[in-house]
Design a protein around this ligand. Structure first.
Ligand SMILES: [Fe+2]
Length: 573
């Protein structure tokens, strides 16, 4: 069984869900939001298409749902780029890394929702965060004038900037800022990408500040930024490598790394430092590569990080129409354009990064034959929960041989055990103890038609105590509350709700669409309280960036559409 056809065939649509099993608890509130690439254009690799935001309200009868029902809403992110694509689709071509056009590259903003206070952002790795209206979910603004980001990652014409960044900037609750990253092509000390730390202050309005990392050049990506109270942590994700051979029409020949560099930067190094001034990080090495890692906020006894390894998960590899799978069968046409799934079980590690010795010290590690496709995790994102995390909930999708291409298996022949990839295995939601990475609970999904995806932690009675941050429940840390596990299936999308302290007992309630609706592929999810108003703030307007020079870099006949989009966006806030 390959992944559900509905991942690529279901439309984005609003619908209602109802409880089909168990009892929905009274003390859950707020909303679960998802990012998802739309399918606007037939594209080689569908994760690069324009983004949408989806929202599941966790309180029955809200956001327009009928009594006892739960609203699922989805909205296209109508950024300036998407509005230009709507008007001028013939100006856009697609490559293995998404849209290109004389207007500049797209900001698809399709990967992760990022709630911050009463505001909602959506992110991706090759563009600025985009702010959405927390009530209507409509596009509001992009974050930070392109010049304040230090300009394009690689010089190119166009009124849409080319900014390689991260899909996971992190909110600093003490400084009320967002820490992000920008990558730019450099020739020294070697040809590659140089990261800069980027800081966006809520009070800064339209500007960000950036500080390049002195002497760093690498060929990879920075999918996650993490932090403690005093430190920022950047890493080469190591599992998405742009391959020049492939870009010029050939076969992929690059493979993912065995180990990756990790960069530590003290936050106070940046205080008062003029934007653009280089800073020198402390560099460590860590294995295996990881897309996602999350540090404990409290660093009084060290920088403790849960490192979600992506062993032999090459995210640059996608499935093509003429691919065979690892058992020699043709790839399911509905899976074409999806990513090649994991070719080994994944390792999760609790690791201490020691800036004094430059060592990564493993404190706990978990890897078993069943830990294939460590997809994503659920944790308590309140400041209180991040300070003293207790439980970490992880979704494993299981081995999926139908979604592993023979092409990938051949390229990685000397690094994989083919016999371990022949059979599909159940997915599982697993709970680990922070610090030790001891497995505390596990719930299997033996029906191989179920494809479990990005889980979310929702606190119990979130935001009910004035003494705590709005995201905190009664006992922060990840054990007191609920884990929401979305299940993609051609039989209808479900959301299963677990007691976070007892995942092994199975779901206590299950939601399903009233007409067994299916949902297309979603990427990250997040929990947030329900907000209705747009926070009053200074914001960047698209028209603020349309300098004479930039307009001159775009063919004259496109100027009319650009001006129309700018006028439309000027009316948004
Ligand atoms: Fe991610």
């Amino acid at each position: 069984m390959s992944t559900p056809h509905s991942l690529t065939t279901a439309p984005h649509a609003d619908f209602e869900l109802e409880v089909v099993e168990g009892v929905w608890p009274e003390d859950i509130s707020g909303e679960m939001v998802f990012s998802s690439p739309q399918r606007c254009t037939p594209m080689d690799y569908s994760i690069f298409d324009w983004g949408s935001i989806c929202r599941l309200s966790l309180a029955a009868g809200t956001r327009g749902a009928g009594p006892g029902r739960f609203a699922w809403q989805t909205r296209s992110i109508q950024s300036p780029g998407k509005r230009l694509w709507d008007r001028l689709p013939e100006q856009f071509t697609t490559t293995a890394t998404g849209y290109q056009s004389p207007l500049g590259p797209a900001n698809a903003a399709n990967t992760a929702p990022l709630p911050w206070g009463g505001r909602l952002y959506t992110t991706w790795d090759a563009g600025r965060p985009i702010e959405l209206h927390p009530d209507t979910l409509e596009f509001v603004a992009e974050v930070g004038h392109r010049d304040s980001w230090g300009g394009n990652s690689l010089e190119m014409p166009g009124i849409m900037p080319f900014l390689l960044s991260t899909a996971h900037p992190v909110v600093d609750p003490e400084r009320d800022c967002l820490w992000s990253v920008k990558l730019e092509f450099v020739m020294e000390p070697s040809i590659g990408l140089r990261p800069s730390v980027v800081r966006y202050d809520a009070a800064d309005g339209t500007q960000v500040r950036h500080w390049p990392l002195e002497g760093v050049s690498f060929l990879g990506s920075t999918h996650t930024v993490s932090q403690t109270r005093d430190w920022l942590i950047l890493a080469d994700s190591g599992n998405f490598k742009p391959d020049p051979a492939e870009m010029f029409g050939g076969e992929r020949v690059l493979t993912i790394d065995h180990e990756v560099p990790v960069w530590l930067i003290r936050k106070d190094q940046l205080d008062g430092l003029a934007t653009g001034t280089p800073v020198t990080p402390i560099t460590l090495t860590m294995a295996p590569p990881a897309g996602h890692f999350y540090a404990r906020w409290d660093d009084s006894d060290g920088i403790s990080v849960v490192w979600e390894g992506m062993d032999l998960m090459d995210l640059a590899f996608y499935l093509k129409a003429d691919d065979l799978d690892v058992n020699g069968n043709p790839i399911d046409p509905a899976s074409v354009g999806l990513y090649n799934m994991a070719m080994a079980p994944e390792t999760i590690v609790e690791v201490l990064f020691d800036p004094e010795s430059g060592k990564a010290i493993e404190r706990g590690i978990y890897r078993e034959d069943w830990t294939f496709n460590l997809q994503l995790s659920a944790m308590d994102w309140s400041t209180e929960g991040l300070t003293k995390p207790t439980l970490h909930h992880v979704t494993y999708q299981g081995c999926r041989p139908h979604n592993i291409s023979l092409r990938a298996a051949t390229l990685y022949a000397d690094r994989i055990d083919l016999d371990q990839l022949r059979e599909a295995t159940p997915g599982a939601l697993a709970t680990f103890e922070r610090g030790s990475m001891e497995l505390k609970a596990k719930w299997d999904y033996p029906n191989l038609d179920d494809h479990i995806t990005s889980p979310t932690f929702a606190p119990r009675g979130g935001g009910s105590s004035g003494a705590q941050s709005a995201y905190a429940g009664g006992e922060p840390g990840g054990h007191d509350g609920y884990v929401l596990q979305p299940v993609m299936s051609d039989d209808g999308f479900r959301v299963e709700l677990f007691d976070a302290a007892a995942v092994g007992k199975g779901p206590i309630a299950v939601l399903k669409g009233t007409n067994r609706e299916c949902v297309p592929m979603v990427l990250h999810s997040a929990w947030m309280p329900s907000y209705h108003d747009l926070v009053d703030a200074e914001r960047l307007r698209f028209s603020d960036e349309l300098s004479d020079d930039l307009m001159a870099s775009v063919p004259e006949e496109l100027h009319g559409a650009i001006r129309e989009v700018a006028a439309e966006c000027d009316e948004l806030f």
